[in-house]
Structures are given as structure tokens and as C-alpha cells.
Ligand binder design. Structure first.
Ligand code: MG
Ligand code: MG
Length: 263
């Protein structure tokens, strides 16, 4: 993986395709969200996601990605698992768990990438606060995705939102440009300094993805070489949207489009 990834400005026609990809991805995530119930297995969630993807004739860029190749179409990360959890037929959801689901969709040659975290049944107030802050941080970052701002403005907004609410944000894992490849430039860290970094301009499409931890921000990777957990075992959460910079307001691409006509 090269550190300097290419930055690709998208045309309005390409953004329209990414919006369709985003609609499909949102449909997958909505389906999985319905299934977050005790005794469902994480492999069940992946199977449901794959069924929706297949109904659109799409696949996820996650499957086969990296080394070792990621085996499934979504990642499912529970409680202290922050990102990249691998679905497994023996892993059952339990009441009170918080579950992060990340999915990508390839449609028309473009990728949409989005994630959410939600509780199974009743969750602790600590967990509820974590979810609220992580989702809020995503929207604080999106609000800064405006032409003329810099990537550091987005990063700083995410960091300040989280830290001013008493939580920690990841250092090692970042948001990223997304388009024909799942990972393009620019990198958009979840920490940063306002006024620094690349200047945003219309046609940039970026997946913003704050990952927030209740305890230390330090993480480690499990022996499966994928699952990232908090180093101290504390709860974590992750929200993500693919967002386009426009001449005006930021455009979130990974939402359901009511009048979507997908082919
Ligand atoms: Mg993702
Ligand atoms: Mg991503």
C-alpha cells in the first residue's frame, strides 16, 4: 500500500454513479441493522448483506482485500473491537453488545463505503454516549467538507468534537478518498490541525470515518491479522459516510435515495 495515494476529482456523472452505489450500500446496512438481535451470528449478518448485494448484481470491495485476503463482504466489530472484525458462524450477538457494521459496494466501477454502530437490545449509558458522540463526530466532520476548507479543518472538527465530550479518537486509522478504488487520496486523519492539509474542492469524494474509544486511544491487532481492538479492552464505535465536496453543501452519498433508479 503506497502512502501517497492518488487524488481523483470526480465529474458530476461519476458522482451520480457513486450516489447509486451509496444507495445500494445504505440498503445493505439497513437490512443488517434490522438483524441486530440476540442469537444472530455475525456470519448471519454477512450472509444477509451478501444477499442484498447480489440482488443488485454488486459485490463488496472488502471480500479478498489485503493480506491475508479479507474473507467476507462486511466487517462486524463488537464492543472492544473497533474495526475489521471478521464474521464467524460461531460468534453470536448478545443483549447489550454494541456492533459496528462496515460495508462497501462496487457499482458501475465506483465504490461506496459506509459504517454504523448500534446496540443489541438495551445498552449501557456509557455505550449510548459513545454511539452518540461517534455519530456526532462524523457529522461535525461532514459539516467541514466544503470547498476552500482544508482536510485539517475536517480532522480538527472530528477530534475536538470527541475530546470535548471526554472520549478518545483513533490515531492510526483514517478517513480516505474513495472512487474507482476503495482507498484513494487524500488521507483524512481523525485528528488534526485546522487550516492545515489539502484544500478541498468540488468533485473530491471522501469517506470520513471517526473511530472513537472510551478509554485509551491505543489499539492492537488480533492474531487473525485483521480485527483491531482497543488496547485496554474498553468500548469503541465507528461511523462512516462517503461524502462529496460540491460548490455548496457537502453531499452525503451513502444514504437511501427515495427516487433511486438503479440498473
Ligand atoms: Mg468502511
Ligand atoms: Mg473507509
Amino acid at each position: 500500500m503506497s502512502l501517497e495515494r492518488q487524488i481523483n476529482i470526480k465529474t458530476p456523472a461519476q458522482i451520480k454513479i457513486m450516489r447509486e452505489a451509496g444507495h445500494i450500500n445504505a440498503t445493505v446496512l439497513a437490512k443488517v441493522r434490522e438483524l441486530l438481535q440476540p442469537s444472530m451470528t455475525t456470519a448471519d449478518l454477512n450472509a444477509a448483506a451478501e444477499e442484498v448485494l447480489k440482488s443488485y448484481g454488486c459485490v463488496s470491495p472488502f471480500k479478498g482485500y489485503g493480506h491475508p485476503p479479507f474473507p467476507t463482504s462486511i466487517t462486524v466489530s463488537i464492543n472492544d473491537e473497533m474495526v475489521h472484525g471478521i464474521p464467524h458462524p460461531k460468534r453470536k450477538l448478545k443483549e447489550g453488545d454494541i456492533v459496528s457494521i462496515d460495508c462497501g459496494t462496487i457499482h458501475g466501477g465506483f465504490v461506496a463505503d459506509s459504517a454504523f454502530t448500534a446496540g443489541v437490545g438495551r445498552i449501557s449509558s456509557e455505550a449510548a454516549h459513545l454511539l452518540e458522540v461517534t455519530e456526532g463526530a462524523l457529522y461535525a466532520g461532514i459539516e467541514k467538507m466544503r470547498s476552500g476548507n482544508r482536510t485539517g479543518d475536517v480532522s480538527a472538527a472530528i477530534q475536538n468534537y470527541v475530546e470535548s465530550r471526554g472520549l478518545q479518537v483513533t490515531r492510526e486509522y483514517t478517513g480516505h478518498g474513495v472512487g474507482q478504488k476503495m482507498h484513494e487520496g487524500p488521507q483524512v486523519p481523525n485528528i488534526g490541525i485546522a487550516g492545515s492539509g489539502l484544500k478541498l474542492r468540488p468533485g473530491l469524494t471522501i469517506a470520513l470515518e471517526p473511530m472513537v474509544l472510551v478509554g485509551t486511544y491505543e489499539t492492537r491487532v488480533l492474531p487473525d491479522k485483521w480485527t483491531v481492538v482497543s488496547a485496554d479492552g474498553s468500548l469503541t464505535a465507528h461511523f462512516e459516510h462517503t461524502v462529496a465536496v460540491t460548490e455548496g453543501d457537502p453531499l452525503i452519498l451513502t444514504v437511501l435515495q427515495p427516487q433511486q433508479a438503479t440498473v
